[in-house]
Design a protein around this ligand. Structure first.
Ligand code: ADP
Ligand code: MG
Length: 274
């Protein structure tokens, strides 16, 4: 007895099969499933060759589309994030940084802080790896699917200044409210004009309790009054930033503040009087 295998679907033996195949391709085109469409002939070949069930063949086809979609989304998130350096958490050398607890960074790398809208404050002198850690955390967050954006305090202030002039203040505030993780690098390197300090305060205030912000600074909290040109604004900003936060003092001890009112109170008092 001779049994002939059906011809491979990409070379249909009957007009009806050819029509079905063309309809399937058209469906994929309408749904913009370009990767599934591209791999359709190969998957149908494999389905025939391996005697795959309809379920298995569909799963194989759609998993190709899902992989491609996830890769596109990741690339989009990384583009949006504007990471300034290729730094990753993996290439951070803990032996070279004093006061950084690897377990604390490993805990942050899980992204749990993002779920509780916990902020991270990285304090330390220039060159100790503050930007490296902030960018590494931002990269990890983007990789894990969180909308992430990295900027500097000076850029944020300049952008808000332009927005105010051009009548786009509300849009710009919404923009800075959007990311699940916002990194504000280099607070304190350049003095902020009063308007810049006020923009920074508004960005921190509107994100407060909703979503996480990482701030890096080379200046101790006690001198934020000077950085921001106003001790009241500095105290109000620190209040929100530190209320639920992890503080990493690089070059000193690393320690954690989580609803730690006593400590926050001390810092606040210092900012008032600093
Ligand atoms: P900061 O922001 O504190 O001024 P950076 O993060 O820009 O410092 O670090 C300066 C350079 O040194 C960067 O290229 C950074 O990748 C590198 N660097 C600093 N600390 C470390 C570290 N502990 N492990 C690996 N690289 C580091
Ligand atoms: Mg830096």
């Amino acid at each position: 007895m001779t049994r002939t295998r059906p011809a491979p679907p990409q070379a249909p033996s009957t007009g009806a099969q050819a029509t079905l195949y063309q309809q399937l391709r058209a469906h994929l085109a309408v749904l913009k499933l370009a990767d599934a469409a591209e791999h359709l002939p190969a998957v149908l070949d494999a389905a025939a060759a391996e005697d795959l069930s309809v379920t298995a063949a569909l799963e194989r086809l759609l998993s190709i589309e899902v992989d491609a979609t996830q890769a596109r989304r990741l690339a989009g998130r990384l583009r949006f994030a504007c990471l300034p350096t290729p730094a990753t958490l993996d290439d951070f050398d803990y032996d070279a940084a004093t006061g950084i607890d690897p377990h604390l960074i490993a805990d942050l790398a899980t992204g749990r802080y993002l779920e509780s809208a916990t902020n991270v404050l990285l304090i330390g002198p220039p060159g100790v790896g503050k930007t490296h850690l902030a960018v590494g955390l931002a990269r990890k967050a983007a990789e894990d699917g969180y909308r992430t954006y990295v900027t500097t305090a000076a850029d944020l202030a300049a952008r808000c200044h332009r927005a105010a002039i051009e009548g786009r203040w509300a849009t710009t505030m919404r923009f800075f409210a959007g990311p699940t993780l916002l990194v504000i690098d280099e607070l304190g390197y350049l003095p902020l004009p009063a308007e810049g300090a006020s923009a920074l305060f508004q960005v921190i205030a509107q994100r407060y309790t909703k979503t996480s912000t990482i701030v890096t600074t080379n200046r101790p909290i006690t001198s934020w009054g000077q950085i921001l040109g106003d001790t009241t604004v500095a105290a109000a900003l620190l209040d929100r930033l530190l209320h639920r936060s992890v503080v990493l003092d690089i070059g000193g001890d690393s320690y954690r503040l989580r609803d730690h009112h006593a400590r926050t109170h001390t810092l606040r008092a210092a900012a008032h009087h600093g």
